[in-house]
Design a protein around this ligand. Structure first.
Ligand code: ADP
Ligand code: MG
Length: 326
């Protein structure tokens, strides 16, 4: 099968091309480029992610999980900007044409595309070491995209879900020694959290014009909170006792839980700041089933503090440096 047969069979599929945002896709796969119609009063929000085998995803993996995860982590950047997903392009480099792999990958991609109503609008296919490049396109109401800058002293610091599941999920994927009390259900929950993270687009959209700053947590709370603090020119105060964790994480010793909640990566929950006047939204969000927690506050100053102590040498995954993932 040639390049065009491959594109036609695995990527020019209704499940991927018509997953959503159709009104805005004037021209999708098949020409030299795609055409998107902008919504008046909106700005395009664009982000690119690359996944390199051996660096960005562990083995063993199922191609369907990999397809889901590749798109989900890219869409999470749109959620972090309070953008609504529209479309994505896929730059795929493959060592060989493996039909089983391509079918699984395409199915996983389609499942994530359906979850976020985002359409595949184009891409490129080449031969070489496995590499998945995804660019996502979304829209935000002009001037209302959520940025890392904007947090103010007095704001509440919030997260959109439990912390530490990504790192615990990775431990399960890598076949590390697991606590005896970890149930089969908890194991599966963590595997799902790692391979099929749910980008928080609905929450992100609800934060437009409400939150003062926001981002998604991909490299660990401490490291990502430090980015927000620097961009906003403020200090982030975290409260240890307020950090939310899943029941599954509680199978590990407390010190391991804390380490993963603070420095583990791959959680893909939103981190954002809320003016105190917006605190009434918290119980409303809880009623909607969103598990938003207040984990601290913003003060004058700089850096990240945990229970009043400066956090130094914070972990979190940094490429080109020694790391716990490496
Ligand atoms: P060109 O040589 O003009 O760049 P290609 O042959 O690379 O065109 O691609 C033909 C069409 O197929 C284009 O519309 C392109 O966006 C699309 N395409 C190629 N690879 C992929 C892919 N992996 N996923 C989705 N669309 C793709
Ligand atoms: Mg091309």
């Amino acid at each position: 099968m040639g390049e065009f047969g491959l594109i036609g069979r695995y990527f020019q599929r209704q499940a991927l091309e018509r997953a959503g945002g159709q009104a805005k896709v004037a021209l999708g796969i098949g020409d030299d480029a795609a055409l998107l119609d902008p919504t008046p009063g909106c700005q395009w929000v664009i982000s690119t992610d690359s996944l390199v085998q051996g660096v960005h995803f562990p083995e063993p993996y199922s191609p369907a999980d990999l397809g889901y995860r590749a798109l989900a982590v890219a869409v999470s950047d749109l959620a972090a900007m309070a953008a609504t997903p529209v479309g994505f392009t896929l730059a795929l480099t493959l060592p060989a044409v493996d039909d089983g792999w391509l079918q699984g990958f395409s199915d996983g991609l389609a499942a994530c595309a359906a979850d976020h109503r985002i359409s595949l609008i184009g891409g490129d296919t080449t031969r070489g070491p496995l590499n998945i490049g995804i660019t996502v396109y979304g829209e935000a109401v002009s001037g209302r995209a959520l940025r890392r800058a904007g947090a103010r002293p007095g704001d509440l610091l919030c997260v959109g879900g439990p912390l530490g599941d990504g790192a615990a999920g990775l431990a399960v994927v890598l076949g590390q020694e697991l606590p005896g009390s970890l149930t089969e259900a908890a194991r599966n929950y963590l595997l799902n959290r790692f391979w099929r993270p749910r980008a928080q687009c609905e929450l992100g959209a609800a934060l437009a014009g409400v939150a003062t700053a926001g981002m998604d947590i991909s490299d660990g709370l401490l490291q990502d909170a430090a980015h927000l603090a620097r961009a906003s020119g403020v200090a982030v105060q975290l409260r240890r006792a307020a950090l939310p964790s899943s029941p599954a994480l509680q199978a590990w010793p407390a010190a391991q839980q804390l380490d993963w909640m603070l420095s583990g990566g791959d959680d893909y929950v939103l981190l954002f700041t809320l003016p105190p006047a917006q605190a009434a939204l918290l119980p409303q969000w809880a009623e909607q089933g969103w598990s938003v927690s207040v984990i601290g506050e913003i003060t004058v100053g700089d850096g990240v503090w945990l229970d009043g102590q400066a956090v130094t040498g914070a972990g979190g995954y940094q490429h080109f440096e020694e790391s716990k993932h490496g």
